[in-house]
Design a binder for this molecule. Structure first.
Ligand code: G6P
Length: 443
């Protein structure tokens, strides 16, 4: 390859400076010739602000990386080597609805879990599948690296409903868990290794090692030592685990497991927050406005530290490490979302799982885990069923399939409440769900 071409769809995102910083840092081994930032007309202003900052960053760093800004996705995709997707259909206003509507019914309102996760999938999957069709035509050998949430379901849909084989889903939760543990142990992160297995936002650390020595019990003691351990991400409040529960489990939960194992506490916390300072999306809207004000400053030529207030910290490290390892055939181990291929027993081969993989130039090769511990296997299986039914609903636009998905989610208490939430959310998100309203449009 004569220099790499990367296309980032949703390029106007406030996270883009992280990605640019990560590419600059790795330029010697990952020579990116062109970075194309693509957005939709509604995102043009943001795209220009972020794009100008990216140009200043590259100039300051003195790397010959061209930054292109465009609203024309197809023009950008031609002959790309890597396509990253970080889009939010309906922008943050849609996330506010995903968070607020379920709360009215006493159900957790969250962008990737429960009813919110279902609707984010229904809005996002058709757009990603459209991108896949463009890729097939314009850059058939490119890698699709998706960070758009819900990342697990998006990967599942790409694997099942597109012809793209070179697809990987990425999340910052595993890298965030590793960084947090390194901090608690007061060691550098490269000395810590975790055996990750599960699904996106439903991943467990089965074992933790320091310099190759197993220290899982010691880490469990640390993360259950009260709220101070802060074993979480910015967008999820640490409410303290019941130490005997985690010790009994014997493996590390991820921050999102709080919604399943601490449902009542998390619901109360969400309801109080929604009243006092707004839901997470409402808080993020303010944060974003501040960030874009900073990005506009013509003297700013680095990623501002305020970006670290967002939940997606280390995304760029995860993304750049992955691209770097594919490009250089590094064969290191990274946790990503890929086709299971038998790695986790009981999950279909062609379903997406989040698991440690060896990263080669032919892509990630999942490391075999076998059966998950019996205490969590049932929940993981149930979420996988939810994900598969959700993907089917996203592709078909079938009302009953969507209702089944909503009802079988463990955070939704009954079919009747599921139907009420579904109906209200379908109406609220109507402009972004054409697949559910086709007949109406025809008549
Ligand atoms: C996390 C998740 C991401 C998510 C982000 C939300 O850590 O892993 O999937 O996008 O937080 O952060 P935000 O700042 O938007 O609430």
């Amino acid at each position: 390859m004569n220099g790499i071409k990367i296309v980032t769809i949703g390029g106007g995102s406030s996270y883009t400076p992280e990605l640019v910083e990560g590419l600059i840092k790795r330029y010697d081994e990952l020579p990116v010739r062109e970075l194309w930032l693509v957005d939709i007309p509604e995102g043009e202003e943001k795209l220009n602000i972020v794009g100008d900052l990216a140009k200043r960053m590259v100039k300051k760093a003195g790397v010959p990386m061209e930054i292109h800004l465009t609203l024309d996705r197809r023009e950008a995709l031609r002959d790309a080597d890597f396509v990253t997707t970080q889009l939010r259909v309906g922008l943050l206003d849609a996330r506010v609805l995903d968070e607020r509507i379920p709360l009215k019914y006493g159900v957790i309102g969250q962008e990737t879990n429960g009813p919110g996760g279902l609707f984010k999938a229904l809005r996002t999957i058709p757009v990603i599948l459209d991108i896949c069709r463009d890729m097939e035509e314009l850059c058939p050998d490119a890698w699709l690296i998706n960070f758009s949430n819900p990342a697990g379901m998006v990967t599942e849909a790409v694997l099942r409903y597109s012809n793209i084989k070179r697809a990987v889903g990425l999340c910052n939760v595993p890298i965030g868990m590793r960084m947090r543990i390194a901090k608690l142990l007061d060691v550098s992160p490269d000395r810590v290794h975790i055996d990750f297995a599960g699904l996106n936002h439903m991943v467990f650390g089965l074992n933790v090692y320091l310099d190759g020595e197993k220290i899982t019990d010691r880490v469990i003691d640390l993360i259950t030592s009260g709220e101070k351990s802060n074993f979480t991400v910015r967008n999820i409040k640490e409410v303290g685990w019941e130490p005997d529960f985690i010790k009994g489990l014997g493996i590390l939960p991820c921050p999102y497991h709080r919604y399943y194992f601490q449902t009542q506490k998390m619901l109360e916390e969400q309801m109080a927050a929604a009243k006092e300072k707004g839901t997470r999306a409402e808080v993020v809207k303010k944060l974003e406005a501040e960030l874009f004000e900073l990005y506009k400053d013509p003297n700013l030529a680095v990623k501002p530290p305020q970006l670290e207030k967002r939940g997606g910290a280390y995304y760029s490290d995860a993304a750049c490490n992955l691209i770097h390892s594919i490009y250089n055939d590094k064969r290191d181990i990274q946790p990503v979302n890929v086709r299971n291929n038998g790695a986790i027993a009981g999950i279909p081969d062609d379903s997406a799982v989040e698991v440690n993989c060896v990263i080669t130039k032919e892509g990630p090769v999942p490391i075999t885990v076998g059966e998950l511990p019996v205490a969590v296997n049932g929940l993981v299986q149930q979420i996988k069923s939810f994900e598969r039914v959700t993907c089917e609903a996203a592709v078909t636009g079938d009302y009953r399939t969507a209702l089944v998905a909503m009802t079988i989610h463990p955070l939704v208490p009954s079919d009747t409440i599921a139907k009420q939430i579904l109906d209200e959310m379908l109406e609220a998100h109507k402009p972004y769900l054409p697949q559910f309203f086709q007949e109406e449009q025809v008549s």
